[in-house]
Design a protein around this ligand. Structure first.
Ligand code: IVH
Length: 669
């Protein structure tokens, strides 16, 4: 293919992919299968790798991420990002309507047109489009200036990288980035599984995600966005409603539940309608935003220092209910964390019958001053299981005893411990406590780990209770004859189990590392660690300092890895797994060439084609050495976008040659 032909194909692919993204993520009406979609994306990715200089600015490959941003640059907003004044009652809403009419010199009997929109509970974002291309995305920050998070925002598939139709050339569009409730629940479950602190609600999860340095991690979190505000010089439209219509035409995801209301009575109806119905939505809303529709009116009304006078947020009262505490159960997880759960007299809350509430940890029980059989006030938050927010002490039964967090494990009786800076209590008996042992094996066989689908939680419990397995290494010594006589088992299922276990020996090192269940080491991190360490033997030998050099590994994680690998029981399990033929090193010939032999290269900044980990690997594969600081011994400083100024200065002082990505690519070609 000639360069022109390549470019033409790239454009075609980019357009097709973006159209499918739009149909899937904005219209919710996909027309091709995931498989066909992946094929298109793969073809584009391949061309881009071959012809890096032809990569299009709006290429949809950016959606999968890969950019590392160490520090998000601060950007001043062209127009300040104001917030809204809140109202909590219908009276206050009528006051707002009266104020609007007064300021506009309208008679009180006149009906003002308002647009009612759901108030999405996420984080606000400002998107800048020039000539139809998304060029910058900035968080609200303090309203005057925010963080530039463009690479992260580009991974949100419902946000157009390029506008459709007859768009205005230079616009700013504002909206809300949010995490759908289902995505949030799944994320928290995964976090709890690896011993990470869960997020308190979808909003925190969304803003935590936007702060991640690795955009490919952001891409995995499946954020979404609704856009609700168009800003441009000399807007050629008369109403906000019209603006929303155009935003939709240009490809933005605009919430379909907005309504044009004539007069405040209709606004009230909208608010009433959504009070209950909002719990059926796949995202969280905490109120309704009421906006004066006429843009000329908006201009006349203007802003106060903090918020516009033409809009107001009506906030729903949190859904609460009172009920009686029956008992508290304590659940022990895979990592030994003990979680208290309140069992309640069933009560209706936000349309569902509630029997349990989370208490999170001992501190919360203490803070609530919870007593046995107390009447508690529960509130519906972002999670499926509501939380106890207060105790109605006026209803406290006489002589009821204060609730004290248990001191011993409810499963194995071991005395619980608590780490200094953590809120949770643990059962330290990790090799002898049933739910911990079973939890570890369940994690080991799970889909993203060893993927042994013939083994479910129930079968694992059965095998454990029949003394056939005590740890993951025992799995590889199981025999069909041992399984056949067990309850619900037979020759066929026994055969499937053993075949599944044997098959799993093929899983690559990164999966095995994840499967071991080291605290805080999730799927992605396991990959990064495996790539950096290359083998378990080398990982064993790495110091805390060396471990923290691995991308995304901080002190806590480094210590967690060290602690895991220093335990004799774990060493024994690893030894046995190795004997059974599991993969404990990265396969394949690591060495590619000697093109960089004798060269020491320091990497700084961010790069278009590779992540820093990939670059490190490339240097090593080609016989070179990668170090972290510039010294006399450094051969080259490989500088990407926004390199560290200290590194540049040092390189210049020591006359170390500074090279860019393209030069590096040629060196290893
Ligand atoms: S309009 C100048 N519309 O609520 C007014 N805001 O408390 C711009 N929000 O900062 C905001 N849904 O982050 C508007 N449909 C909606 C909204 C919405 C959520 C957020 C937004 C804003 C905050 C104000």
């Amino acid at each position: 293919m000639t360069k022109e032909e390549v470019l033409k194909r790239m454009r075609e692919l980019a357009e097709q992919i973006e159209e499918h993204n739009y149909r899937y993520y904005v219209l919710d009406k996909p027309v091709i299968s995931d498989y066909e979609f992946d094929k298109l994306l793969e073809e584009l990715q391949k061309l881009e790798k071959q012809y890096p200089d032809l990569v299009l600015p709006d290429s949809p490959t950016q959606r999968v991420g890969g950019t590392i941003t160490k520090i998000f640059p601060t950007v001043k907003h062209k127009y300040p990002m104001l917030s809204l004044s809140n109202t909590y009652s219908i009276e206050e809403l009528y006051d707002f309507d009266r104020r609007v009419k007064e300021l506009l010199d309208l008679s009180m009997s006149e009906k003002v047109e308002y647009v009612c929109e759901l108030k999405i509970d996420g984080l606000s974002i400002s998107l800048i489009y020039e000539k139809g291309y998304l060029i910058r995305a900035v968080t609200r920050g303090d309203g005057i200036q925010g963080d530039e998070v463009t690479a992260n925002v580009k991974t949100i598939r419902s946000i157009p990288l390029k506008l459709k139709g007859h768009f205005l050339p230079n616009i700013e569009v504002r909206g809300e980035i949010f995490m759908p409730v289902k995505v949030f629940e799944k994320l928290n479950k995964e976090r709890e599984e690896i011993g990470d602190e869960p997020f308190a609600n979808p909003r925190n999860a969304a803003s935590g995600t936007m702060k991640l340095q690795d955009s490919s991690e952001v891409a995995k979190r499946k954020l979404d966005a609704f856009l609700y505000y168009l800003i441009a010089d000399n807007l050629p439209y008369q109403t906000h409603w019209e603006c929303l219509k155009h935003l939709k035409e240009w490809g933005f995801k605009v919430n379909e539940n907005a309504e044009l209301c004539k007069g405040i009575e209709e606004v009230k109806k909208f608010i009433d309608k959504w009070e209950e119905k909002r719990w059926e939505l796949p995202y969280e809303t905490d109120g309704v935003v009421v906006k004066v529709n006429d843009l000329q009116y908006q201009k006349t009304l203007g802003n106060t220092a903090k918020s516009p006078r033409w809009a107001v947020a009506f906030k729903y009262k949190p859904e609460q209910a009172t009920t009686q505490l029956k008992s508290i159960s304590y659940q022990v997880g895979r990592t030994g964390v003990v979680t208290p759960v309140a069992n309640l007299e069933p009560v209706l809350l936000a349309g569902t019958k509630v029997k349990r509430a989370s208490l999170h940890n001992a501190d919360i029980i203490e803070k609530l001053d919870l007593h046995e059989h107390d009447f508690v006030i529960i509130e519906k938050g972002g999670e499926i299981i509501p939380k106890i927010v207060a105790v109605d002490t006026s209803k406290r039964p006489a002589h009821s005893k204060k609730v004290h967090f248990i001191t011993h494990c409810p499963e194995c009786g071991t005395k619980l411990i608590r780490n200094e800076d953590e809120a949770a209590y643990y059962c330290p008996n990790e090799f002898g406590c049933r739910p911990q042992i079973i939890g570890k094996i369940v994690h080991f066989v799970s889909r993203k780990a060893m993927d042994i689908q013939s083994l479910g939680e129930e079968t694992i419990e059965l095998l454990y209770d029949n003394h056939l397995i005590k740890n993951v290494a025992d799995l590889y010594e199981l025999k069909e004859e041992q399984i056949i006589p067990l309850e619900r088992m037979g020759e066929k299922s026994a055969h499937n189990i053993i075949t599944g276990i044997q098959e799993s020996k093929k899983r690559p090192f990164e999966r095995v590392l994840f499967a071991l269940g080291i605290r805080h080491v999730g799927e992605t991190l396991a990959k990064k660690i495996a790539r950096a360490a290359r083998s378990i033997d080398h990982l064993q030998k790495m110091s805390i300092e060396e471990l923290t050099q691995i991308e995304d590994v901080g002190e806590t994680i480094a210590h967690s890895i060290k602690e895991y690998l220093s335990k004799p029981q774990n060493q024994e399990i690893i030894k046995r797994l190795k004997q059974h033929g599991l993969q404990f090193e990265i396969e394949g010939d690591f060495h590619q060439s000697n093109k960089l032999k004798g060269l020491t290269i320091v990497i700084s900044g961010t790069f278009k084609r590779w992540s820093r980990d990939e670059l490190k690997e490339l240097i090593e594969r080609n016989g070179g050495k990668n170090t972290s600081s510039v010294s006399k011994k450094t051969s080259y400083l490989l500088a990407g976008e926004d390199p560290g100024p200290e590194k540049i200065k040092k390189a210049k002082e020591l006359a170390v040659k500074i090279i860019d990505e393209d030069t590096f690519a040629k060196m290893i070609e």
